[in-house]
Write a protein that binds this ligand. Sequence first.
Ligand code: GRF
Length: 204
Amino acid sequence: MSRKRIAVLLSGRGSNLAALLRNELGGDIVLVGSNKADAKGLDIAREAGIETFSLSHKSFASREAFDAALVEQLNQARVDLVVLAGFMRILTPVFTNAFAGRLINIHPSLLPSYPGLDTHERALADGVKLAGCTVHFVTSELDSGPIIAQAAVNVDDQDTPDSLAAKVLVQEHQIFPFAVKLFCEDRLQIEGKRVFTRPATAHV
Ligand code: GRF
């Protein structure tokens, strides 16, 4: 089994990229891209010696044109897996179809609860006692593809959106590398909305 070539797309600080880089994934992050040229995550990639690119959505006439250019960049790098790590763009089917079954996102809620933005504020306002994060395959429907892994945290009386985000982020950094590794080891099988994890093959 050859090692997977992984691209990471991000728009911000890149703590999840850093977590991926700290772990053995069974694959190699060969490219990191952003829609924001000043994303801190790009600096993390450069420091790790990884090729980077930025592509401003503002230079494209439509979402589809931007997505097509993104697909082109990633295809040139012959990537097997695209990982969205805080990539703040809604993707069209031009992108999600091009990487169907090999496109993974991390979302800071226990999906299907709280898709979209401001998840921690909304969870606190609803008074939930458990919050968390989800790694899932991406489909054209926002934050709703087959779930690979989740982790939960307790919501305490003193929690604020910021403190809850910080607690959830610790868990994100655990489950994201775990899920990417399962993908790289060809252990994930999608059946409808469910993702089954095959046992590890024994190495002799
Ligand atoms: C994370 O909370 C992730 O769940 C969400 O965007 C944030 C990215 O954080 N999709 P970072 O840039 O990885 O630090």
